[in-house]
Design a protein around this ligand. Structure first.
Ligand SMILES: [Zn+2]
Length: 210
């Protein structure tokens, strides 16, 4: 599996390009900004983007989705519980003093039980509300890799004080499907360095105190 992780935009959201070495099909996760940079990485590996996946509808994760869709023709996937947040992109842009990216339209809602594929690569969707109502994580079982969006960070968890946020729900999501994963699962958070489930289970202050 080809997997490139690189920060995009002023808030340095971790964008992932995940590609199948055989079929060259790929999914792009959280194309928040810098679409030209994302396309360079796609071209470097001679990939064809077939899925655009958004972990949640905050502007730094979804801002470039329409531009990427225009270039690639790939559908945009987001959990429907974040559609309200998606309609607030201009408000989110104003909070950050950023230009509005314009309206983003979603092709399909994805939730727990759904599988997103690109060639032979399969990601299981985990609906993990808390940072937002529609936050999802993507779990690549053969690779033992979790793309966590803003649900889990190295040493911290997603903020819950924004619209749609809930501390109770994020704790339920973390202590449910997220910590159900094995300790050697590599975690790719929405911002900052990579970590593992074991490291966070042992040392993340939000997960060690009950
Ligand atoms: Zn966020």
């Amino acid at each position: 599996m080809i997997h490139e992780i690189f920060p995009v935009g002023v808030l340095q959201c971790n964008c992932s390009v995940v590609g199948d070495e055989q079929t060259r099909e790929a999914m792009v996760i959280d194309p928040g900004d810098e679409i030209d940079h994302i396309l360079q990485i796609v071209e470097k590996h001679a990939l064809k983007v077939t899925q655009i996946v958004i972990t949640h509808a905050h502007i730094d994760h979804v801002g470039g989705a329409m531009k990427l869709r225009q270039v690639t023709g790939a559908p945009i996937l987001l959990n429907q519980n974040d559609y309200a947040l998606l309609k607030m992109l201009d408000v989110q842009a104003a909070w950050l003093g950023m230009p509005t990216p314009g309206a983003v339209t979603i092709d399909n809602s994805v939730s727990t039980g759904d599988k997103i594929t690109a060639g032979n690569i399969v990601a299981d969707v985990l609906h993990t509300p808390g940072h937002s109502e529609g936050s999802i994580c993507l779990y690549f079982a053969p690779e033992k890799k979790l793309i966590a969006g803003d649900t889990l960070f190295a040493g911290s968890i997603g903020r819950t004080d924004l619209p749609g946020g809930s501390y109770q729900k994020i704790m339920r999501s973390l202590q449910g499907p997220v910590l159900a994963l094995s300790d050697d699962t590599v975690v790719v958070p929405g911002h900052g360095p990579l970590t593992t489930i074991g490291e966070e289970r042992r040392n993340n202050p939000f997960l060690t105190t009950r």
